[in-house]
Design a protein around this ligand. Structure first.
Ligand SMILES: C[S@@+](CC[C@H](N)C(=O)[O-])C[C@H]1O[C@@H](n2cnc3c(N)ncnc32)[C@H](O)[C@@H]1O
Length: 257
């Protein structure tokens, strides 16, 4: 079965729904609102004049937010429709960015450019079968001294949602709607893989990167799972037996040599 084509088709369908959603709020973005959250803004820091590769950029709001902050950006995504929407958004705002339609691993095999920063966030790893290849894409796309930044949903919460914590060669194949409020119940096939935290960290170390920061967070900026509750000024939390579940983690890693 061609899992990549199945997910590509799903993300093409989702893109149409997402650009019209309150969740992504394109109108506010066009009016100047930054789509990035405090976690990544603080972790990545000043991007002025830096080259930044955004892997799995979806339809480009975060990529273009980094461009507004002064970065020279390139976004990569599997979905042709997402890349088309990203280019439309870029043109309507008069911003500079390169958007490339590609699977992350295929991009890594062909790419010859090296960047100051590689960034990826929120719901990216579950779509990838092989983190060794993913980490190689990151390492080969970084200049020596360059930084990788990941902000991702926590695998501990995936376990509570009924997925495996530990990786398996066999993916989960499900029929699912999407996470935006305007999903009308229409579902499509999603093929996802579980990745434990140690698998992520080991893949990055194995690709020659040095981990400089690892953080975990009990709040998510996004209301995208069942059972989340809003805590004003902090975000959404999930309680398990009255205790906070880790919802996000972030990693900063550097290519030393
Ligand atoms: C949840 S979204 C990323 C979230 C992003 N932070 C956002 O909300 O704008 C996941 C993205 O990964 C992309 N994707 C899935 N599999 C991929 C692959 N193998 N290579 C590149 N992109 C992929 C999808 O097309 C989708 O745009």
């Amino acid at each position: 079965m061609d899992y990549l084509s199945i997910n590509k088709d799903t993300w093409n369908k989702r893109t149409k729904v997402h650009v019209e959603s309150a969740f992504y709020d394109v109108a506010s973005f066009k009016n100047g609102k930054c789509s990035l959250n405090t976690i990544e803004l603080k972790q990545v820091g000043d991007v002025q004049g830096k080259s930044l590769l955004h892997l799995q950029c979806h339809f480009g709001q975060d990529t273009l937010s980094w461009a507004r902050l002064g970065a020279k950006v390139t976004g990569v995504d599997l979905s042709a429709d997402a890349i088309e929407q990203a280019n439309l958004l870029k043109q309507s705002l008069g911003l500079k960015a390169d958007f490339i339609e590609s699977d992350v691993v295929q991009f890594g095999r062909k790419n010859t450019q090296q960047f100051d920063i590689v960034f990826t966030s929120y719901g990216v790893l579950c779509w990838l079968s092989n983190l060794t290849d993913w980490a190689h894409t990151i390492s080969s796309s970084l200049k020596v001294g360059g930084e990788f930044h990941l902000v991702e949903f926590h695998a501990f919460n995936d376990l509570l949602l009924g997925y495996s914590y530990f990786p398996s060669n066999e993916p989960d194949i499900e029929e699912e709607g999407t996470y935006t409020e305007n999903c009308d119940g229409a579902s499509s096939t999603v093929v996802t893989w579980s990745h434990s935290i140690s698998e992520v960290v080991s893949a990055l170390i194995g690709a020659g990167l040095t981990i400089e920061l690892f953080s975990e967070y009990p709040y998510s900026p996004y209301n995208c799972f069942d059972g989340l509750e809003l805590v004003p000024n902090l975000g959404y939390q999930m309680l398990h037996k009255g205790k906070q579940v880790p919802l996000l983690y972030s990693i900063k890693a550097r290519k030393i040599a």
